[in-house]
Design a protein around this ligand. Sequence first.
Ligand code: TYM
Length: 336
Amino acid sequence: MKRAFSGVQPSGVLHIGNYFGAIRRFTEFQDEYDCYYCIVDLHAITVYQDPEELPKAIRDTALYYLASGLDPEKVTMFAQSDVPCHAELSWMLECISTFGELSRMTQFKEKARGTESFSSGLFTYPVLMAADILLYDADVVPVGEDQKQHVELCRDIAERFNSRYGETFKIPEAIIPEYGARVKSLQDPNKKMSKSDPNPLSYISLSDSKDEIAAKVRRAVTDSGREIVYSPEDKPAIANLMTIYSLCTGLGFPEIEDEFAGKGYADFKKALIDAIIYALEPVQQKYAEYAESGMVSSILRQGAEKANQVSSQVLRRAKQSMGLSLLADPTRRKLF
Ligand code: TYM
């Protein structure tokens, strides 16, 4: 069975960009792939996280994994910090990554803009992500558009490792959806919807109430004109809202244009509010059920056990390739 690996940071709220761009799609892989879905708490601490809040955010992310339809009988879900191999392989890979390539990462440049007091972890963040993926011999990595560059870096690092130390890692491939790969901010369609955006009007969180969803959509920016037509260049705000409508309803853009021909933005926004509420309702319901059930901790414990087994074998292989750890390699053990 081929393997899929992906991760979500337990930092702040999860929004519909995370859901449509990643989490909902995770479920599409669970029948045909051996799936590992990680809650990447070590990535989250590259910026300060309140130690009281972080465990809740980890649990919340796991609950949304389950609420979105991931079946714990089929997939392995776990918290990254429960599997020590991630940090260990990350260090080994840091030693073959260059300052130059990490400096070119768009996400790093955006987050570090205008300051030098960011953590070193923020800089080496993509290397830890490469370690995450390579430790599971992943074939595919379902992610949103913003993570594509990181998966490409992961491929470069793996190829460099293989050519320097011999065939060790499988080269993974990013799977980016055609639509929904980059849901934009409701307040500025030139920016992606982001959980670190200080303005909550810019995103719809998976936990937003009906009233909050309605208020946010009503206040979402629109473009000039009044027609509902899909034209990302001329009408980026409407194109973004149409994308969200399409993701919620499964309708294509021509069908949406037909549905709203002769109608204006107010009618469209009304329908969009209903569509988002309808799409999120079952997720919110299941979230509440799983939260009540108290199953999450045992699911994460079992997930971590399995992840530890798989990743420790790959780490051992990587150490052997690099000439590290006598215990990993019986032929070298004899040297001493
Ligand atoms: P994170 O936590 O920022 O986002 C989780 C997933 O959601 C996608 N996403 C979006 N998709 C569409 N529109 C948006 N506005 C939007 N915002 C976020 C992201 O692309 C991602 O798929 N570095 C990763 C986590 C990570 C990881 C990994 C992913 C760590 N190790 C290994 C894959 C494989 C991150 O910060 O995602």
